[in-house]
Design a protein around this ligand. Structure first.
Ligand code: ADP
Length: 255
């Protein structure tokens, strides 16, 4: 479990996260939501140890973040950041980078590493373009390759900053379905999302940020019932059941 206790963070004296306490458990898909500038990316960067809090504590499986070595931490937690390079590299070679935290001094991948890369590519269905250059793929295909990279790293904690942005609807669903599978396989998946419908439909729990504070943390339906999404986003969000499936209707405030 990742546990945050009373975290505060500021950029150059300007506090952007305040009194953040929360816990993220394996086996669940969490969506981090909030208006622009509410602190989502900053939170993800703190969770992935790219930033250090001004005060408060972060623990992973009961051990303070500060007590993890670099490779040890990378075997526990993987991050897909918001901006990603698109280097001239084959799909297979990129996915193989996920094994770096496991390689010894010789940097030579063993059978376990090669198997992990194969499994990761199969899980998100990218074996068919294993030999292709990353730059030749569509946005949706490339995003699946980055998910394979995360899977090859074989961590229990997987963090993603806006993994569905710029993808078409079908590719967005494909990414969300892959994230759901990862969580059902026992991983703790934490994704910053912009699309409320995707978050409400797929997430087990939502961490809702507003002006640097946690405005709500809980199951999608509970947040909808509390009306807290309505307040934070100035919208009207209701759930309806269509053909036995719960769906969400989101309208502008006042309609
Ligand atoms: P979100 O991901 O919710 O849009 P961010 O975490 O990116 O929010 O930003 C939270 C606040 O911190 C914003 O007001 C933003 O302008 C500010 N901020 C983000 N990154 C930096 C930075 N590197 N230096 C100074 N301020 C920053």
């Amino acid at each position: 479990m990742i546990q945050l206790d009373d975290l505060n963070f500021s950029y150059g004296g300007r506090t952007v996260l305040r009194n953040i306490s929360a816990a993220f458990s394996p086996g669940k898909l969490y969506a981090v939501l909030g208006p622009n500038g509410s602190g989502k990316t900053t939170l993800i960067r703190l969770l992935s140890r790219l930033l250090q809090p001004d005060s408060g504590s972060l623990t992973l499986d009961g051990k303070s973040y500060a007590c993890y070595g670099r490779k040890e931490f990378a075997r526990q937690l993987a991050l897909l950041p918001q901006t990603r390079p698109i280097p001239a590299i084959s799909v297979q070679d990129l996915v193989s980078h996920g094994r770096f935290p496991y390689l010894g001094l010789s940097r030579t991948p063993g059978k376990d590493d090669l198997d992990a890369v194969e499994r990761a590519m199969a899980a998100v269905n990218v074996q068919a373009f294993a030999g292709r250059d990353l730059r030749q793929l569509s946005g949706g295909e490339r995003q699946r390759v980055y998910l394979a990279l995360l899977l090859a790293q074989d961590t229990r904690y997987v963090l993603l900053d806006e993994p569905t942005t710029y993808l078409d609807a079908s590719a967005q669903f494909s990414v969300m379905e892959n994230l759901k599978c990862m969580s059902q396989d026992g991983k703790c998946v934490i994704a910053v999302l912009h699309d409320l419908n995707l978050a409400l439909s797929f997430a087990d729990e939502i961490c809702l940020l507003d002006q640097g504070r946690i405005a709500a943390f809980g199951a999608p339906e509970a947040l909808v019932e509390q009306g807290v999404l309505d307040r934070v986003f100035s919208i009207r969000c209701r759930s309806v059941v269509v053909d036995g499936i719960k769906e969400y209707i989101i309208r502008p405030d006042g309609t």
